[in-house]
Design a protein around this ligand. Structure first.
Ligand code: 5AD
Ligand code: FES
Length: 354
């Protein structure tokens, strides 16, 4: 097969034999990448039209009990400034976001045991009470089944938990021994069973990632069929063991966005902040490679510089309203428009067929 045939096969069948996908990932020209992006856009527009949905990100705690080698919030980073938003501060972010047209709030934090189930459930229930029409997404890392169940009952409907890598050896290269791929996968299955719309994902170009790791990731995505897939380039943080590692590239991230759009035509695919950090037009290019979600920050400006997963993170000085306008301009500059709606995955609530 030629790369053109491989891309056409992906577009027509939402599948490609392993060996052919391997060859496509390993070597392709810029013109072939453009062809992939064109096919990904066609697929995305067939399923979702030209709409881009918003997710308002509220980074409510920078405390984390974990020590992932890549992340600036790791517990061993003594230089990280830690903060927790109060419940009222979180509601103020939601109120601001609602006025700006956000209909999904993503509550994200490090793995912070201070936020017990009781505290979190109260916050989720109160957001549900005050903004009954919004979608509540949680991104709190690994918790117990009971915790996920209680939060679901309190009103959370979606959960983002990146699997980080579907290859166990690679997972061990990125995390200390107490964190295990099997636990991560168990969490994802629990979330699915509890009726959450689930998002997983991985970093592109993380240390030790090779083409076979990526193939494992893609194979996992095809088997698990998440509602959302978040990917962005790995970016080093100076106070982590990976400080000297090379960042992931724009090109490879875009190529994977295109491939994922074709493998999972109805998936929600964000153009991430990390993509906007690696290149000033990264998010626009992401939209043109098949992405259909943007996730502006709703956190108070005063805490934004304290939630640094990686160095040089964008949007740490802008107010939510500024990011909202900035993203609207960016989305419109590539021929799409922002839709102020919850933006569930295509097929959600029906028979799941895209
Ligand atoms: N570079 C890019 N992405 C990162 N994340 C954490 N640290 C980094 C980094 N250094 C991603 C992880 C995590 C998500 C919240 O942010 O994939 O799941
Ligand atoms: Fe925050 Fe552009 S999205 S300033």
């Amino acid at each position: 097969m030629t790369n053109r045939e491989r891309i056409d096969c992906l577009a027509e069948n939402a599948a490609l034999p392993h060996a052919e996908l391997r060859r496509l990932l390993l070597e392709h020209s810029p013109a072939e990448a453009e062809l992939l992006f064109a096919r990904a856009r066609t697929t995305r527009e067939r399923v979702y039209g030209k709409a881009v949905w918003l997710r308002g990100l509220i980074e409510f705690s920078s405390y984390c009990k974990n020590d992932c080698y890549y992340c600036g919030l790791r517990r061993s980073n003594a230089k990280a400034e830690r903060y927790r938003l109060t419940a009222e501060e979180i509601y103020a972010c939601c109120a601001n976001g609602w006025a700006l047209g956000f209909r999904t709030f993503v509550l994200q934090s490090g793995e912070d045991p201070w936020f017990t189930d009781a505290r979190l459930c109260e916050i989720v229930a109160e957001i549900r009470r005050r903004w009954p029409d919004c979608a509540i997404t949680l991104s709190l890392g690994e918790r117990s089944r009971e915790s996920y169940a209680a939060l679901r009952t309190a009103g959370a409907e979606r959960y983002l938990l990146r699997h980080e890598t579907a290859n166990a050896a690679h997972y061990a290269r990125l995390h200390p021994a107490e964190l295990r791929l099997a636990s991560r996968m168990d969490c994802l299955l629990e979330l699915r069973t509890l009726g959450y719309q689930v998002g997983c994902g991985f970093m592109v170009g993380s240390p030790g990632q090779d083409v076979d790791c990526l193939l494992d990731d893609l194979e996992f995505l095809c088997a698990f069929r998440p509602q959302m897939v978040g990917i962005g380039p790995f970016l080093p943080h100076g106070e982590t063991p990976f400080a000297q590692e090379a960042p992931g590239t724009l090109e490879q991230t875009l190529f994977l966005l295109g491939v994922i759009r074709l493998l999972l035509p109805g998936v929600l695919l964000p153009a991430t902040t990390a993509l906007g950090t690696v290149h000033p037009l990264g998010r626009e290019k992401g939209l043109l490679a098949g992405a259909n979600i943007v996730m502006p920050n709703l956190s108070p400006v005063g805490v934004r510089k304290k939630y640094l997963l990686y160095d040089n993170k964008i949007c740490t000085g802008e107010e939510a309203a500024e990011c909202r306008l900035c993203l609207q301009r960016r989305v419109e500059s590539v021929g799409y428009f922002i839709e102020s709606a919850r933006g569930d995955a295509a097929g959600w609530g029906t028979d799941g067929v895209f």
